[in-house]
Design a protein around this ligand. Sequence first.
Ligand code: PRP
Ligand code: URA
Length: 209
Amino acid sequence: MGNVFVLDHPLIQHKLTHIRDVETGTKEFRELVDEVAGLMAFEITRDLPLEEVTIQTPVSEATMKVIAGKKLGLVPILRAGLGMVDGILKLIPAAKVGHVGLYRDPETLLPVEYYVKLPSDVEERDFIVIDPMLATGGSAAAAIMSLKNRGAKNIKLMCLVAAPEGIDLIHRDHPEVDIYLAALDEKLNDHGYIVPGLGDAGDRLFGTK
Ligand code: PRP
Ligand code: URA
């Protein structure tokens, strides 16, 4: 069974509180999501393999460590996942970025896929699926399935805020996937929104409401 990691570093918690605040406007919301994504990436990449290289410092030759050329892929779920990509790329600039386009039907709450574009070497990459919200879990579960159907073998899921219902669905459909969160919230309301949550992440990021 994949693990759930709540990355509750004080900086993440502080910034997430401002993200949640209804008074936070689009510009600040976008900046904060970008910053929190970067802070979370720092923790998610903790297990990246290292290799030794020999370099020359101004003083002597030395054997030191660098990241061992691991192939990583980021896959934001459109639209809201886009808001987290740049913050992660600042730390892992060589990562390739795929996209899965999904929206949640407001009546059925079921995900509808409208776009998929992944790096060509899917089978050789480790992927991080990115979405600020894990509510019913339908969108993330569908995105992970989309990657698996195209050959992806090693997938992590990174979200800002999750509801227990979403965690349960990922555990049921993709039990091997590790889930990284900034917060695990209380529940979903009758409209499928996370409580207390942060509202509609896509609308708040792009100013469409
Ligand atoms: C939101 C959010 C997730 C999804 C979560 O996207 O960004 O993708 O809902 O809900 P779920 O876990 O119940 O599937 P939305 O459908 O609003 O699309 P958008 O990103 O284009 O705004
Ligand atoms: N999608 C969002 O953007 N917010 C929620 O709370 C649930 C789904």
